[in-house]
Design a protein around this ligand. Sequence first.
Ligand SMILES: Nc1ncnc2c1ncn2[C@@H]1O[C@H](COP(=O)(O)OP(=O)(O)O)[C@@H](O)[C@H]1O
Ligand SMILES: [Mg+2]
Length: 218
Amino acid sequence: MNTLPSFDGEHAVVPDNQLLKRGERLLEPDVYRTELDGRPAVVKDYRRYRGTPLSPVARLLVRREARVLKRLQGWKHAPALLGTLGGLALGMEFIPGDTLSAGVQGVSQEVFDQLQNALARLHAAGITHNDLHGTNVVVSAGVPVLLDFTSALRAPRWLRNWPIFRQLRRSDMKNLVKMRQRLTGQKPSAEQAAMLAEPGWVQAVRNAWKRLYRRIKG
Ligand SMILES: Nc1ncnc2c1ncn2[C@@H]1O[C@H](COP(=O)(O)OP(=O)(O)O)[C@@H](O)[C@H]1O
Ligand SMILES: [Mg+2]
């Protein structure tokens, strides 16, 4: 793992850093744009948890995201990892472009085709993203780039076909199809819809949970 040489202690936050997202909810990082070694970079910063009981969890989140990005190094659909700092911050390549969040206009089918292929490649490598939303995809010069691997999981080879991982892959794909429908109006094909339909056991767990929840509440 790299450590970031020009990114130490308090010097990390220089005044012209541009805040991209303030961490407000529990264990959300501050995300800001900066420069590391002269390269435009993004830092996900959990240092406000330093010295708190949640610090080990924040470190775990940094380590996990760094590990996934490292594994994807060189892939055009993920930002390059630049390194970690003191265990509580993660630096990566800044990807210029717009996110696929609500309200963007004119996203082409072609971008979604690329995104679908990228997701298939990610899944083939045993990784699920688990938080595929518009704000976690940047389209940069026509290429969709996946961001935010905080929730991603990598299954060892022997686990990949377990129902739980199949369900996680299905849920990634479902999120993609939803985004596609929202932004381009394209509905899933009959084949896709069948592939994405929840298997019986998922419905059974969901219904059992609902019943239990209602009983607890009242
Ligand atoms: N490498 C990057 N290049 C460009 N923008 C980024 C990058 N990483 C994050 N962002 C921007 O910052 C936002 C928050 O980052 P994200 O990794 O999604 O953090 P969180 O886990 O808090 O959702 C993203 O929605 C995106 O707009
Ligand atoms: Mg995000």
